[in-house]
Ligand binder design. Structure first.
Ligand code: PNS
Length: 180
């Protein structure tokens, strides 16, 4: 009887793991902003398991190392129990395949994002069947980007309304060290 019960539990467990809706929020996150965090938080409400993946973007140089960026995301998403942090250097669809992730979640800020994001979503869909879900960025964050934050921080501008305090502090010290 006990064995039968155990079998039931394990079948249930297996079924729930298989049915788990898993998504990835990919990006450079150099550094993570309130705009990213808004999308991550909203994705965590829609999916069972959300991986925030710090991807190496070949076309961009970074201010923070991948390990530093991961640490920042870990700290600023600590309140979201179904959110994990990982890194990847390669094709996003390969990451999705090897981690059984069915959906990519991206924030769309404005029409200027659309062409490039649509192109990537279509290539990713065609190549692997991985779906991309676009979330409209909250209007308060529509102008926000990591590049803008770094530019402002570089010239001593106030970015306290754009990033959490610990990121603001990290930006200030990186600028003082001469980081770009
Ligand atoms: O925050 P970013 O820099 O705008 O994020 C872009 C990123 C890293 C998500 C994108 O460049 C990406 O998915 N890179 C991984 C390589 C890949 O799969 N490229 C897409 C082929 S169309």
């Amino acid at each position: 009887m006990a064995l039968l019960r155990l079998k039931w539990i394990s079948t249930d467990l297996l079924a729930s793991v298989c049915l788990m809706k898993r998504a990835v929020c990919p990006g450079s996150f150099d550094p993570v902003t309130f705009g990213h965090l808004d999308i991550i938080e909203r994705a965590s409400a829609q999916f069972d398991d959300v991986v925030v993946a710090v991807l190496v973007n070949r076309t961009k140089s970074s201010m923070f190392t991948v390990a530093e960026r991961m640490e920042m995301i870990l700290k600023t998403t600590a309140h979201l129990s179904n959110v994990r942090v990982d890194s990847w250097s390669g094709l996003l669809v390969d990451y999705c395949k090897s981690n059984e992730i069915q959906s990519i979640v991206k924030g769309l800020r404005a029409v200027t994002d659309f062409d490039y994001e649509l192109q990537m979503a279509q290539v990713n869909l065609q190549g692997s069947g991985v779906e991309t879900m676009f979330m409209a960025t909250a209007p308060t964050h529509s102008f926000l980007s990591s590049s803008l934050v770094k530019e402002l921080a570089h010239y001593g501008g106030d970015v306290s309304s754009m990033v959490p305090e610990l990121i603001n502090t990290a930006l200030k010290s990186r600028v003082q060290e001469g980081g770009k």
